[in-house]
Every structure is written in C-alpha cells, then in structure tokens.
Design a protein around this ligand. Structure first.
Ligand code: NAD
Ligand code: WQD
Length: 346
C-alpha cells in the first residue's frame, strides 16, 4: 500500500488515480485544509474503487504511528503542505511548522516503522532567479520567501537522512508549473479565495467569477514582455510520480533529484490565447505592475528525467487548457458555493 499525504489536494489526487489504475492500493491522509473529502469519491468514480482515507494531520505523531502499525505501507508520497508564496511571507511560522515540522514527523514515523521509500514534492522554486536556462538539476539553489525556503530545508533534511543510514530510497521531484485536470473533469484544482496562480485565475475569468486578469508586467526580457513558465499537465506529473516510485523500488538505495517539466516555456499572453481557444471565449485582461518576487522566465532541462526515469511529458498546451476548462466549467454546486464566498471582481 502507498501512503499519499495531501492526497485530496490537486497533485496528490491525480497521482492517486494513476497509482490505483496501475494496480497499487492507496491510503490517503489529508487534513482537508485546502481540499475536500468529495475528492475521494471522485477518485473512486474514475478508478472504480475509492482509496482508503484518513482525515488527519501529518504532524499528529500518534495518528501516524497507528497508521503505520495498522497498514502495510511500502512507500510514502508526500504532497501535504502549504504552498502560497505570498501567504508564506505573512505567516512564516505556520509554513515552517506545517511543511518542515510536518515532514520531520512523517519521516520519524516512517523510520520507526522501517518504511524507507519516500517521494517528495519539491519545486522549481528552489532554483531562485535562474542564472541560466534551461534549468538543470545542478543549478545553484536559493530561496526568496518562506515557502521556497521550506522546500530547500526539506530537500536538505532528505539528503542527511539518506546519508545517515543505508536503505533509504528517496526521490526529490522538482515540479515546474502544474496545470490542467483529469480528462474526466471529475477532479482538478480548487483554489480557495482569489487564485494566486495564472491558470486558475484565467479559468475564473472564463467562468465569469472574475472580471479580468491582471497581467503582472509586460516589460520583462522575454519575447512578448510577459513572464514565461514551463507549464506541465498534472496527468503527466502524476505519471512522473509513478515512474519515480518504480525507479526507487528497483534500487537498493537512492537519492534521486530530478526536474519534472516539459522543457517548453510559454508566456502569459500565449497562455491566455490557448485558453481562449479551449473555452471559446475571450479572456479580458489588463497589464498591471510586476508582482514582487516574480522572475522573468523559467523552464526545465528535461534530460536527466528522461535518462534516469525514461519519463517525459506527453501532453501539450491544448490538453492542459481543454482539461482545465472541462473541470473549471463543470456543474458542481459545492465549488460554486465556495467561489461565491470569495467572489471578487478584482
Ligand atoms: P494542494 O493544496 O492542492 O494539496 C496539498 C494538500 O495537503 C491539501 O489537500 C491540504 O489539505 C493538505 N495538507 C496541507 N497540510 C497538511 C497537513 N499538515 N496534514 C495533512 N494534510 C495537509 O497543493 P498541490 O498543488 O497539490 O501541491 C502538492 C505539493 O506539491 C505541495 O507540497 C506543494 O508545495 C508542491 N508543489 C506544488 C506546485 C503547484 O504549483 N501546485 C508546484 C511545485 C510544488
Ligand atoms: C505564472 C506567470 C506571473 C497570476 C508559483 C510559485 C512556485 C510554484 C508554482 C509551488 C507569472 C503571471 C500570474 C496572475 C499573471 N509553486 N501571472 N497574473 O509564479 O511561476 O510559480 O506557482 O512550488 O513556487 O511561485 O506561477 O501561476 O503564479 O504565475 O500575470 O494573476 O503568470 O507573473 O509570469 P509562478 P503563477
């Protein structure tokens, strides 16, 4: 059985689908801070069986001890965490406690139970402001905000753990910009309040929940002046996790650190255009100030993932937008209710 922390969240839920469809048994633990219980039944609808689910917090030592005792867990995929860059600058202690302390508690429970296979959600944020593109895994790391710092620290904790005793099989997966949704339209990304990220914001302009998109700067040193990112379909990302797990399983011990991206950068204007194609409506926008802390451009070198895992992203911008739109435009009263709570036409 594979334990997925944060498994009702965006990336964890899609990975749960891929693992179940590959024949793995999945146990999800999530405190539902940024997701909903209904995701478990949606995963059941897609795959034909619901994963086991425990509502709880990864910082709960006795809950974790009991969970490793009562289930035969072979590996842990660790998605649970807080991820909003802006929020992390306002409540850094909460981020350090949830992300860093949460990871330590989880790793201690694994160690006590003799479970040593761990797949971690790291991020391209660890590269800071790129000194060169595309980003290779040996690019210097840095952090400019508490969220990014938690990823640096956890990466380092995993390295010390790997070096401390034999047998650990650890994958540190550095995601670029995950977007899209499962093609069924049954699971996807559900940001609370005003979306921080580009694609969910565009989606809410398309559904009429928001009046227009603010483009954060059009004077960057990029072909059209807007920020360029490596957007990756969440289903490709989920497949990448399955491949990383299988890679770990095949080694006696390993510390794998790899990018998961497409290697292709798209600008904000290109994203708007592609989304307009997918939803058949114009996306209203205005150019606003740069967002503090933003970088001009960022995309992955995908060579190492191909070499080690034999994995590469297959889905393009069209699928990212079409699948994202299918999810965003679904008839889901729960989601609409949540959207209304935070209705804002900024
Ligand atoms: P998400 O918020 O949708 O999912 C995270 C899940 O973890 C949520 O369901 C939340 O309720 C749960 N959670 C948070 N703290 C918890 C705790 N202490 N105990 C139990 N559950 C807890 O986020 P996501 O986009 O699916 O991201 C998953 C992971 O990937 C995160 O670690 C994030 O930092 C990392 N990541 C995300 C992105 C991105 O752009 N989405 C990019 C790079 C890395
Ligand atoms: C993409 C582009 C914005 C919103 C963040 C985190 C990173 C990682 C992924 C977790 C940029 C522009 C955005 C808007 C805009 N998360 N934009 N108007 O900033 O690349 O990465 O999420 O690890 O750590 O920093 O993603 O989607 O916020 O922005 O113009 O309303 O869209 O300026 O160029 P980002 P994003």
């Amino acid at each position: 059985m594979i334990l997925i922390t944060g498994g009702t969240g965006f990336i964890g839920s899609h990975t749960a689908v891929v693992l179940q469809q590959a024949g793995y048994d999945v146990l999800v633990i999530d405190n539902l801070h940024n997701s909903e219980r209904e995701v478990i039944s949606a995963i059941g609808q897609i795959t034909g069986r619901e994963p086991a689910f425990i509502e709880g917090d990864i910082r709960d030592v006795s809950l974790l001890a009991g969970l490793f005792k009562t289930h035969h867990i072979q590996a842990v995929m660790h998605f649970a965490g807080l991820k909003a860059v802006g929020e992390s600058t306002q409540i850094p202690l909460t981020y350090y406690d949830n992300n860093i302390q949460g990871s330590i508690t989880l790793l201690q429970a694994m160690r006590n139970a003799g479970v040593r296979t761990f797949v971690f959600s790291s991020s391209a944020t660890v590269y800071g402001d790129p000194q060169r593109l595309p980003l290779t895994e040996d690019h210097p790391r840095s952090a400019t905000n508490p969220y990014g710092y938690t990823k640096l620290v956890i990466e380092d904790i995993l390295e010390s753990l790997y070096r401390s005793e034999p047998g650990w099989k650890i994958a540190r997966l550095r995601y670029f910009n995950p977007v899209g949704a499962h093609p069924s339209g049954l699971i996807g990304e559900s940001p609370q309040g005003i979306p921080n990220n580009l694609m969910p914001f565009i989606a809410q302009v398309a559904t009429g929940q928001r009046k227009q998109l603010n483009i954060f700067g059009n004077d960057y040193d990029t072909p059209d002046g807007t920020g360029v990112r490596d957007y990756i379909h969440v289903m490709d990302l989920a497949e990448g996790h399955k491949t990383a797990l299988e890679y770990c399983n095949a080694q006696a011990q390993t510390l794998l650190t790899t990018n998961l991206g497409t290697g292709q950068g798209y600008s904000v204007l290109e994203m708007i255009q592609a989304y307009e194609q997918a939803c058949g409506k114009p996306i209203a926008y205005q150019v606003a100030e740069r967002r503090p802390g933003d970088i001009a451009a960022c995309w992955a070198d995908t060579t190492y993932a191909k070499q080690t895992l034999g994995w590469k992203a297959d889905l393009g911008l069209k699928e990212m937008c079409q699948d994202g739109w299918r999810w965003a435009s679904r008839d889901n009263t729960g989601q609409q209710k949540r959207g209304q709570d935070s209705f804002n036409t900024d």
